[in-house]
Write a protein that binds this ligand. Structure first.
Ligand SMILES: Cc1cc2nc3c(=O)[nH]c(=O)nc-3n(C[C@H](O)[C@H](O)[C@H](O)COP(=O)(O)OP(=O)(O)OC[C@H]3O[C@@H](n4cnc5c(N)ncnc54)[C@H](O)[C@@H]3O)c2cc1C
Length: 580
């Protein structure tokens, strides 16, 4: 019953018709990455994910990862290692990294598209490649030439996997509260001691070497996040490729959790482990943000990917399950308007947010490769504004869509055998990790919204609103789509002005509603743009129209919550908040 087809065509359509991928492919360094080549490449990737990666999804959930305390090893579910071999042998891990480190030199956008294909096939399996990609970015940006030479070629090729070690029991969202210690040694290395929790693929059987990126503080570091440094701590000490003595880092257990059972979530103990400083002392937060920004967008993609997987299954089920009758004839449930509502809700959100992910990714490539420095600066702003929205919306909607997919199955959705429940359970982590969605919303209103006194956000909204003019100019069925989109952008303008005028507490109270209004507006605009790009495509027109009439009004209704700010959030007045 578990049904999966790689959504390659949908990704290609988003790249071509909505995200302006051509503008990136036009840069001289991406000459070899024109759309035609990308089409072939992603089709091949889709074949790999269908044949090798997708079969790990169920077994990952049912068998999960196993920890052996006798030697602190972790064994992943049957088939995981073979799937990784196929992925590495095909040269896929290196796709978007520079050629000087053995990479394929493709844009980050294409790396992200690969990530969507993988995550749609098997979310839990995909987490190790996602984290390794984030770690590679951090080493590329902040590593000395020596560290780059020591680590990048093997990380890029996939010979070594990597992890991100931020979280400690007392330091989750508040990363600055971490206490892991790093003491400088006479030879310039650091001795790392402390405990980390919730480390994804902190230990496993895919690669001999695991490269841990660890946040820690030196003895005289300032308090809080200003005193964090980042270190590379390899599982094995090594001379080049030759692994030597085991370093002082071990997995002390793995978590029993709601979903993503295939991904080992490890507690890690560091005891006088040898670490190498990445970047400068007390500048670890900047390194972390390179890892996190990449990973945040990748997690937004995860939300959309798992939603796609759940939707495919729900659609297939609805086309087979017979229940009720229309005009005296038995019908499949997809003939019932309410089931159609659920399926269209899923399809519209997925298409809109997928497009948002690729628009964000293209801005990321532009920010690094456009020859015009002014355009690069504007693109950096754009990525900063879009990343928290893409992460939060992709993951919150991932939960909503996978829940709807359970609903489409009726009682069978609640039974594990169908696989629908797994998608719902798996999706639930994505709004929590890589910065909870609450932290994303705080980031949007607390840091990003004020860029150029709000002009960066106003320009973004004006650009996305301009689709209304294009819809009106196109005429015919597009006129009807323009109206709800124009109405929503009017509300967004009001909401933005109100939030900019608010004090800190009101802003934070309004943040989640505001982010959601922004995300819904961007999705609506992108669905409309997609419909305009292919006027004869009835499905695109339907999704843009459905989104505008059926989903956007309730999203716009959040304006009232935004305007209210923290009016009813007063801790003193409410016993439940005061813990009474
Ligand atoms: C399966 C899994 C895999 C993970 N993988 C990794 C990994 O590989 N590496 C790693 O380092 N970590 C990892 N994590 C940790 C993850 O990033 C944290 O769980 C997450 O950052 C939240 O921290 P916390 O759990 O301590 O929750 P808390 O920070 O205690 O948050 C609890 C609630 O309070 C809210 N909150 C907290 N502070 C604020 C604030 N300032 N403003 C508004 N709201 C706030 C949060 O939004 C949340 O709703 C993983 C976690 C899980 C469960």
């Amino acid at each position: 019953m578990d049904h999966y087809t790689a959504p390659t065509d949908q990704i290609l359509a988003a790249l071509r018709d909505v995200a302006a991928y051509d503008s990136i492919a036009a840069y001289p360094e991406f000459e070899h990455a024109d759309l035609e080549t990308v089409v072939e490449l992603l089709r091949e990737a889709g074949t790999l994910t269908e044949a090798k990666i997708a079969p790990t999804n169920r077994v990952g959930d049912q068998v999960g990862a196993k920890y052996d305390p006798s030697d602190t090893s972790v064994t992943t579910a049957p088939g995981f290692v073979d799937a990784y071999r196929a992925y590495v042998d095909g040269g896929w891990p290196s796709l978007q990294f520079p050629e000087e480190f053995g990479g394929g030199g493709f844009p980050q956008t294409i790396g992200l598209a690969m990530g969507e294909l993988l995550t749609t096939a098997s979310m839990a399996w995909t987490l190790a490649p996602v984290l390794t990609r984030g770690a590679i970015d951090a080493v590329m940006h902040y590593g000395s030439d020596e560290l780059k030479a020591r680590y990048l070629p093997n990380m890029v090729s996939g010979k070594w996997c990597a992890t991100m070690n931020l979280t400690e029991p007392q330091a989750g969202s508040d990363v600055g509260a971490l206490t892991t210690k790093a003491t400088k040694q006479d030879d310039g290395t650091y001795s790392i001691s402390g405990s980390k929790i919730f480390i994804t693929f902190g230990e496993h059987d895919w690669t001999d070497q695991i490269v841990h990126l660890v946040l820690a503080r030196t003895p005289d570091a300032p308090a809080g996040s200003a005193g964090i440094s980042c270190f590379i701590v390899p599982k094995f000490l090594h001379e080049g490729d030759v692994l030597g003595k085991r370093n002082g880092v071990h997995c002390t257990g793995i978590e029993h959790k709601l979903g993503i059972h295939g991904s080992p979530t490890c507690s890690m103990s560091y005891e006088n482990a040898t670490g190498y400083l990445l970047g400068e002392e007390n500048r670890g937060l900047a390194v972390m943000f390179v890892m996190m920004n990449n990973a945040r967008l990748a997690v937004g993609v995860e939300g959309v990917g798992i939603a796609e997987r759940a939707y495919q299954q729900a659609r297939a089920y609805a086309a087979e399950r017979i229940q009720g009758s229309i005009g005296g004839q038995p019908v499949t449930i997809d003939q019932h308007p309410d089931v159609q509502r659920m399926l269209l809700t899923q399809a519209a959100w997925i298409a809109g947010l997928r497009a948002l992910n690729y628009v964000t990714a293209v801005a990321g490539d532009r920010s690094e490769h456009d020859p015009d420095p002014d355009i690069r600066v504007r693109a950096v702003e754009r990525v900063a504004l879009l990343t928290p929205v893409a992460k939060s919306m992709g993951t919150d909607i991932g939960v909503e869509v996978t829940s709807l997919a359970v609903q489409v199955h009726g009682g069978m959705g609640f039974i594990e055998e169908t696989g629908a429940a797994q998608h719902f359970r798996d999706a639930r982590i994505a709004p929590i990790y890589e910065g909870t969605n609450g932290i994303q919303a705080a980031d949007l209103v607390g840091r990003k919204l004020d860029v150029r006194n709000g002009d960066a956000m106003r320009e973004l909204l004006a650009e996305f609103r301009s689709v209304v003019d294009a819809l009106q100019a196109a005429g015919g069925p597009f006129i009807a789509i323009a109206e709800p989109v124009a109405e929503h952008f009017g509300k967004l303008q009001e909401a933005t002005a109100a939030v900019l005028a608010m004090g800190k507490d009101d802003r934070l109270a309004a943040s989640a509603s505001y982010l959601r209004m922004v995300g819904a507006g961007l999705a609506a605009s992108l669905l409309a743009r997609s419909a305009l790009a292919a006027p004869d495509d009835a499905e695109r027109l339907q999704l843009a129209g459905f989104f505008g009439e059926q989903l956007l009004p309730s999203e716009g209704g959040r304006l009232r919550s935004v305007l209210a700010g923290g009016a009813y959030f007063t801790v003193d007045a409410i016993g439940v908040l005061a813990g009474r």
